[in-house]
Design a protein around this ligand. Structure first.
Ligand code: TRP
Length: 433
């Protein structure tokens, strides 16, 4: 459940719709789903098994494999790169988490009630153009993350995920029901599921792959750390399937909750990171009891973002505590402050530094591209090659827990050939193609 909490977050509800909107809807979504099952699922399972088998943080896990199985020591690089990716992702994740806090407070004062397209648009522009308030919300979000991390992640998170995730699901279903009544659903279904091969480019495939990694929280060792906290010898394939199915359903549902609003209100789906913040308030404002519904929705989204954010920093924290013997509380404040400082880059990229662009991307866009589309796939590739080719085969067999010989053979082919080759190809095509 804690792993589900890590996977389900802003990636599903904020990032998925705007990426799908920007990269052509159905083609993106189809490639995304293929990436989830052919690439994401095996890598997630390998992360769990490397974690559970080593019972160590992401760097020490590879040191332990080096001692026990004489695997080359340089595989530790996975741990180092992962910690860096986690810090970079959290730095912008926290700024967006801050937007969610701001919107929750707006909902409490019922600002969305019957608000029109203009008003909602202005609300968003005013927010992102004001660095001072962005910093306040970013700081609040980081404090929330630091304080909970300093108590240790293992308690609490699981319970939070168990009770709040179903509630979030319920509110999403309510929004979808509202959309069915209000129109835009048939356009949405064809936008999301009517496949058009001409829309697919190497870039779309790379971005869909990046979204799959981001959404499942894989490629940087976060799920390895959660695996290292797992005891017992239950088949990991079951745990993996639970996370994959929960995460993918929430993403698809969030598409069904957001796209119809865009069609009815004639909003472009290509406007980028502000998409859900300009669409959702329009629908929420129409629902009777908009203050309560809106507050509950953004509160639950905040909880989802928070249980994800925690997993982004935990690998670094686990490393500092175990290797530098710092106290947990001190570690959390030091690491959290570094992330906070880096977050200022994202804050200013929406206003003071909005004109600074490389390859047509703002600093935030660049940070997001570098982490999701380069660092995570690279980390995932190394993880699956290590698990499939370097680690003794018996370990994988025992941990994954697929009993049927034929099914296991297929699993092996996917892990050793299909998945690494697919990542490599997409990566090379997307970057250099
Ligand atoms: N998966 C989370 C989301 O969808 C974000 C996240 C948490 C993440 N931990 C991660 C992304 C590790 C990449 C790597 O919001």
């Amino acid at each position: 459940m804690a792993a589900v909490g890590s996977a389900v977050g802003l990636g599903n509800i904020w990032r998925f719709p705007y990426m799908a909107g920007e990269y052509g809807g159905s083609s993106f979504i189809l490639v995304y789903i293929l990436c989830i099952f052919l690439i994401g699922l095996p890598i997630l399972c390998c992360e769990f098994l490397l974690g559970r088998h080593s019972k160590r943080n992401t760097v020490n896990a590879f040191k332990r494999f080096h001692r026990e199985y004489a695997t080359p020591a340089w595989w530790q690089i996975i741990g180092w790169m992962g910690m860096a990716a986690g810090v970079l992702i959290l730095s912008f994740y926290s700024v967006i988490g801050g937007w969610v806090i701001h919107y929750m407070l707006q909902a409490i004062s019922d600002s969305f009630a019957s608000a029109g397209k203009e008003a909602v648009g202005t609300m968003f522009t005013e927010l992102i153009q004001n660095p001072a308030s962005l910093i306040v919300w970013h700081t609040l979000f980081m404090i929330l993350v630091i304080v909970t991390l300093s108590f240790g992640v293992r308690n609490g998170i699981e319970r939070v995920a168990k009770y709040f995730m179903p509630l979030l699901l319920l509110l999403m279903l309510t929004l979808i029901a509202y959309n069915i009544k209000n129109g835009g659903m048939s356009e949405t279904l064809s936008f999301m599921f009517e496949f058009d091969a001409s829309q697919i480019s190497a870039q779309t495939i790379l971005v869909a792959l990046g979204q799959a990694f981001f959404s499942l929280s894989i490629g940087m060792g976060a799920m390895m750390v959660y695996g290292s906290y797992l005891g017992g010898s239950r088949p990991l394939i079951g745990t993996t399937l639970t996370v994959v199915i929960a995460d993918t359903s929430i993403a698809i549902l969030s598409g069904l909750a957001i796209f119809p609003i865009l069609f009815v209100m004639a909003i472009e789906p290509t406007q980028g990171p502000g998409l859900i913040f300009t669409a959702l308030p329009l629908a929420i404002g129409q629902i009777p009891g908009s203050a309560i519904f809106g507050t509950a929705f953004f509160f639950l989204l905040l909880i989802a973002a928070w249980t994800s954010a925690i997993s982004l920093l935990e690998p670094l924290i686990a490393w500092c505590i175990e290797n530098l013997t710092w106290s947990r509380v001190f570690t959390c404040w030091v690491c959290g402050s570094v992330v906070w400082l880096l977050g200022l880059v994202t804050v200013f990229s929406f206003n003071e530094w909005a004109h600074i662009k490389f390859f047509g991307k703002t600093l935030f866009g660049l940070l997001d591209f570098l982490t999701s589309n380069i660092m995570l796939p690279l980390g995932g590739l190394l993880i699956i090659v290590f698990a499939g080719w370097v680690l003794p085969r018996a370990v994988m067999r025992k941990e994954v827990g697929i009993q049927n010989n034929f099914a296991y053979k297929i699993w092996q082919i996917v892990v050793r050939y299909v998945c690494p080759l697919a990542v490599l190809l997409i990566f090379i095509e997307g970057i250099f193609g």
